[in-house]
Write a protein that binds this ligand. Structure first.
Ligand SMILES: [Zn+2]
Length: 414
């Protein structure tokens, strides 16, 4: 057993606690309270005081593609131009590249205080790296394909891959399924993937309503996605039925929206779509910097929050972002939503709500008795005691992280 204390504790599920401490045993948080009181109750237990630091739950990055980290700064332009460059570049990438990229990404996450991640793997390499990293998370196996005739083969391979991943995952990782996006899957494949997810009870992550072009293509079967993407794969018509449905309606019809599903981006939604998200219990992965970089606009997150939709924060990949830092992401979101989301709200998004979105909130996301010790300590600069969340948001960088602990194990110490 051990006591861990710091000038300030941010448990997230209870108010900021100055001069608090945690009692840890075998990777579990047993108690949280005033440092002096805990010391009195447990006089023989050693105490580690982190001094002028803040202790808080580890951050949860709900959307990454760590295998693309090595593409940082190499792709340009807005969504579709960017996407076609990515497809082009991926033709030359091999498993060594993905492995190296994922390792770089995992290192960045740990040093920046992220302890749980919602990772999409297409090559399987980030799964390997995460398995050995000590991080917690869900690794979603990505599938796509526009040719309906190939749907059965794709699903068979996905099923095998997922079975293997589940055997190898270990205690900290869960395995999920990622049907890539409504515009990159035939409807037949979508149907099969949905039944696979239900059969295996897999968490699901789907890129959804990310771009205006996607909405137009799904609804009408027209626009630049039809002209460019279909041409590239040699198809002369869309592989979904054109019924004027929005992307949200399409995946909803295939039963993909549920409390264990994550709608990634969710930028371009109609009013009825918001209700569909709310009533299905699906969570949203908000990736504001990636959406901005690719010119996809601003997701109406305050509206989602008002409707009770759970929202986690994601950086997306380094192919569409400058860093995997959730501190940077929170700061960007704070400005973007112009005061409609408070600093405290953003911390909640980057911790507890993210853990809930990934189905990890029994173990992680807050400092509470009974949860696993997934926590971080960061250095304090000019702490305003009246506004701890705001003052942390305005100053903390990845480099201020002093300690990253997952499941009671120290993964990083500055
Ligand atoms: Zn993504």
């Amino acid at each position: 057993m051990k006591l861990l204390s710091a000038r300030l504790l941010l448990p997230i599920t209870s108010p900021p606690l100055f001069g608090g401490a945690l009692l840890l045993q075998d990777g579990t948080i047993l108690e949280i309270g005033e440092r002096e009181e805990l010391k009195r109750h447990h006089p023989s237990i050693p105490i580690e005081d982190l001094g002028d630091a803040v202790l808080l739950p580890g951050l949860v990055n709900v959307h990454t593609h760590l295998e693309l980290s090595g593409l940082q700064g190499t792709l340009h332009g807005l969504f579709l131009d960017w996407l076609f460059q990515l497809i082009d570049r991926k033709r030359d990438l091999d498993s060594q590249f993905y492995l190296h990229s994922a390792s770089q990404g995992v290192r960045d996450l740990i040093r920046g205080g992220t302890t749980s991640v919602g990772e999409i793997t297409s090559a399987g390499m980030s799964f390997e790296v995460l398995r050995r990293s000590g991080l917690r998370g869900v690794v979603y196996y990505e599938t796509l394909g526009l040719d309906p005739l190939q749907a059965e083969g794709i699903v068979r391979r996905a099923e095998q891959k997922i079975e293997t991943m589940r055997q190898e995952a270990g205690g900290l990782l869960k395995v999920g399924l990622s049907p890539h996006a409504p515009y990159s899957l035939s409807e037949r494949l979508l149907e099969h993937l949905s039944s696979l997810a239900r059969r295996f009870r897999l968490p699901v992550a789907v890129h959804l309503a990310e771009a205006e072009e996607e909405v137009r293509y799904v609804k009408e079967g027209t626009g630049p996605i039809r002209e460019r993407l279909l041409k590239m794969v040699g198809r002369d018509r869309p592989s979904h039925e054109i019924r004027g449905e929005t992307p949200v309606e399409l995946v909803h019809r295939h039963d993909l929206l549920s409390p264990s599903a994550l709608a990634v981006h969710a930028v371009h939604l109609e009013t009825e779509d918001v209700e569909r998200l709310a009533s299905s219990g699906v969570s949203v992965a908000h990736c504001p910097r990636s959406n901005h970089r690719l010119g996809n606009g601003i997701a109406p997150i305050p509206t989602y929050l008002e409707r009770g939709i759970r929202v986690g924060l994601g950086t997306d990949s380094l192919a569409s972002n400058d860093s995997l830092s959730l501190w940077d992401e929170m700061r960007f979101a704070l400005k973007l939503h112009e005061g409609r989301i408070s600093p405290e709200g953003l911390f909640k998004m980057a911790t507890l709500a993210g853990a809930e979105a990934l189905g990890l909130s029994k173990e992680a996301g807050s400092l509470e008795p009974g949860k696993r010790a997934d926590l971080i300590a960061v250095r304090i600069h000019d702490l305003d005691e009246e506004d701890p969340y705001g003052s942390l948001l305005s100053s903390v960088q990845d480099g201020d992280v002093l300690l990253t602990m997952v499941d009671g194990k120290v993964l990083y110490r500055a």
